[in-house]
Ligand binder design. Structure first.
Ligand code: ADP
Ligand code: MG
Length: 217
């Protein structure tokens, strides 16, 4: 039997075109497992090693779902991606822009080290997707410059590293303001991190499917 391709996982023609432009030939194991489960509306706890293609595993199903349904609240962010560092946020934004190329969706980045004023102006334009680091996002929530009452997707990328870096208080401050009916996708390179179960319990509301990809070299 042949391996499923991206066309078996993604039906949206704008997204299929973007995947073709990116030149991805076949989905990676984590994409094969996570894309159908996330597309089915499940909360996910996914563990897979660095470089295995986790970014597309959360971007594609969430964006396809959002394209297919009306937003809950036009002034709220629809998808929030939290990641531990500015460099990781930049990489996610870059990948998201490639995926969004043939859609009308916009992505905004909110990290430390940039002017708050500039970020507030960007947030007023209500990009559908925000990628950010927890510290600066928590600050914007205090200033009420963004809000997540209509949030459809919450992604915690590199959740283990966010814990390592002592960011869990900020993560919880942000996630507590997110719409409870959202879908939550938590990604991690390892599941051994102490405190990860505690974070998962507080962030994933309800049931979750666990996906562990253990690729042998
Ligand atoms: P992770 O988050 O698991 O560390 P990334 O999502 O950053 O991994 O992906 C690592 C690299 O692999 C990126 O350069 C990305 O563009 C590329 N990539 C992702 N999915 C595929 C695929 N299906 N085929 C080829 N390259 C891919
Ligand atoms: Mg990653």
């Amino acid at each position: 039997m042949t391996q499923p391709g991206f066309h078996d996982l993604i039906s949206d023609t704008q997204l299929r075109k973007a995947i073709d432009v990116l030149g991805y030939e076949a989905p990676t194991p984590v994409q094969l497992a996570a894309i159908p489960a996330a597309s089915a509306g499940k909360n996910l706890i996914v563990s897979s090693k660095t470089g295995s293609g986790k970014t597309v595993a959360f971007l594609l199903p969430a964006i396809q779902t959002m394209l297919a349904r009306p937003c809950v609240n036009p002034t709220s962010t629809r998808m929030l991606i939290l990641t531990p560092t500015r460099e990781l946020a930049r990489q996610i934004v870059k990948n998201a822009e490639q995926i969004l190329k043939f859609t009308g969706f916009k992505v905004g980045m909110v990290c430390g080290g940039e002017e708050l004023k500039y970020q507030k102006a960007m947030l007023r334009k209500n990009p559908e997707i925000i990628v950010g680091t927890p510290g600066r996002l928590a600050e914007h929530i205090s200033h009420k410059s963004t809000e997540f009452s209509g949030l459809e997707f919450l992604v915690l990328d590199e959740a283990d590293r966010m814990l390592d870096m002592g960011l869990s208080d900020d993560v919880l401050k942000i996630t507590n303001t997110c719409r409870t009916e959202r879908q939550t996708l938590l990604f991690s390179a390892t599941m051994e991190q102490k405190g990860l179960r505690h974070l998962i319990k507080q962030v994933i509301l309800g049931e979750a499917e666990e996906i562990y990809i253990d690729e042998k070299p």
